[in-house]
Write a protein that binds this ligand. Structure first.
Ligand SMILES: *Cc1c(COP(=O)(O)O)cnc(C)c1O
Length: 480
């Protein structure tokens, strides 16, 4: 019964001459199209042998395959495969979750100025390691150095691949072979298996734990200082808070103790806020300059968390200590590229101009008010309602900073709740996620919700388009 189909299967070579294959070959190359065709034909052959095509149910829209329709079917499948093959692995998505620094979604979206800088520097040669004044070799570490130092209020600064690298570099440069005192309450794990004790071990420094999980006093640090002590480390417990019966010396107390003992004090700030975000409801996140002003000798923080720039680990501190980091051979392995410098410099300049709340997307999202969100949400709810397929409900909710920052802080927002009588909530969530520009939503109390805090004004029409396309789609396809 199926032999006539198997015999009629066209060869790869014949299929390669079809207009579709020729066109795709122009885009992907002939060999890639040959591979795709081989997959498609093998798959079809296996299906036919398994008799799948003799049942009407398998192809309700085509009523099974005939020898004449095989070529079309192969073409159809080839087109699907080719479209999959041409979709990049790393794609833009719309973050409608209201989680501002969403680590799974690439953390901070960059400011327009940063994008412009990346485009300009990426597309041409640059003075990355060239001194334009002398015409001689320059140092890449010169970039962003003074800008960071000015914003942090430090003597010197240097930029590494990320804050994990920065912690590694500081510990290795300043404490290899010696002891580093850390409070037990600060032996944290950041997502992605970054654990202070493990990083410490890799850095070649020995961990000297003091105090208890919930309470560490300055005298605990004091008693642990010996001639082996190279550094006191204070870690911002970014992603959790200990509440209740707790005690933790202030940065200034640690700094003073370290000064008296003649050893440096280092604070891993995690997120690294360059400005105080307490006026926008984000409390408990230390400001970089405050930590240095309190007397910390050296600090480090991420570039792509609450700073809102590219992935980077920024180290700021005294000239001597930063000098030691700069001379560390590990620096060569953990340095950043021109693209990072370009984006970071442009982002930092926005802070310097006092424009962060307007032009840095992460800070803008944090600073967005409930009223602004309510207005945007109600306009969008009207537009979604006008599609006639969703019942839309607005309700108060909360956005979070995310990225392991500011745990427990909730920023009041207005959520757009979607309901479609023909589609389950998980189908709505899935279909939005599978849109041409994937839209990532939250499902809360069994409802798909959109939080516009993390959606830019330019992205709103894309969400509407996706919802419109869903309205046109038959309900049955929603299950796939
Ligand atoms: C996030 C974080 C890190 C790691 O920073 P990355 O930039 O993600 O490498 C290190 N320490 C603390 C306290 C953090 O919050």
């Amino acid at each position: 019964m199926q032999n006539h189909l198997l015999r009629a299967l066209p060869s790869i070579d014949r299929m390669l001459l079809t207009p579709l294959a020729l066109e795709l070959a122009g885009e992907f190359g002939r060999e890639r199209v040959r591979d795709l065709l081989r997959n498609v034909i093998d798959e079809l052959r296996a299906e036919i042998s398994g008799d799948a095509h003799n049942t009407e149910a398998q192809f309700p829209d085509r009523g099974g395959l005939s020898p004449e329709s095989l070529e079309n079917e192969i073409g159809r499948r080839l087109a699907i495969q080719a479209s999959r093959a041409s979709t990049p692995s790393l794609r833009r998505v719309i973050n409608a979750t209201g989680v501002i620094v969403h680590t799974n979604l690439g953390r901070a979206p960059l400011a327009n100025k940063a994008i412009e800088a990346i485009a300009a520097i990426g597309a041409s040669y640059s003075n990355l390691e060239y001194d334009l004044e002398t015409g001689e070799r320059g140092r890449r570490e010169a970039h962003c150095r003074l800008l960071v130092a000015r914003l942090a209020g430090s003597e010197d600064a240097i930029v590494a691949n990320n804050n994990a690298a920065a912690v590694m570099l500081v510990l290795n440069s300043l404490a290899e072979g010696g002891e580093v005192i850390v409070s037990r309450g600060e032996l944290i794990e950041i997502g992605g298996s970054f654990r202070i004790p493990e990083v410490m071990e890799k850095s070649g420094a020995r961990l000297r734990e003091v105090g208890t999980t919930n309470r560490t006093k300055i005298t605990d640090y004091q008693k642990a200082i010996t001639d082996k002590t190279k550094l006191i480390l204070r870690v911002h417990p970014s992603n959790y808070r200990i509440i209740g019966f707790t005690e933790r010396p202030a940065a200034a107390e640690i700094a003073e103790l370290a000064l008296r003992a003649g050893i440096p004090a280092y604070e891993d700030l995690g997120s690294g806020c360059l400005i105080d975000l307490a006026p926008y409801g984000v409390t408990g996140e230390p400001v970089v300059a405050d930590s240095l002003r309190a007397g910390m000798s050296i600090v480090s923080f991420s570039g792509d968390k609450m700073l809102g720039g590219p992935q980077a680990g920024i180290i700021a501190g005294s000239r001597t200590l930063i000098g030691a980091v700069r001379k560390n051979p590990l620096m060569r392995a953990l340095r950043v590229d021109k693209i990072t410098y370009a984006a970071l410099e442009a982002t930092l300049r926005l802070y310097e101009r006092g424009a962060a709340t307007i032009d840095v997307p992460v800070i803008r999202a944090i600073a967005m008010t409930y009223d602004q969100l309510r207005q945007r949400a109600s306009r969008m709810a009207d537009e979604i309602g006008a599609l006639g397929k969703f019942s839309v409900n607005l309700r108060p909710g909360s956005s979070v900073v995310g990225g392991g920052s500011a745990p427990g802080i909730e920023l009041p927002t207005v959520l757009i709740e979607l309901e479609n009588s023909a589609l389950s909530d998980s189908s709505v969530e899935t279909m939005l996620r599978e849109s041409p520009t994937p839209i990532i939503t939250r499902v809360e109390s069994g409802r798909v919700v959109i939080d516009l805090r993390t959606v830019s004004a330019e992205e709103e029409p894309l969400i509407l388009d996706a919802l419109k396309a869903m309205c046109g789609a038959p309900a049955a396809s929603a299950a796939t």
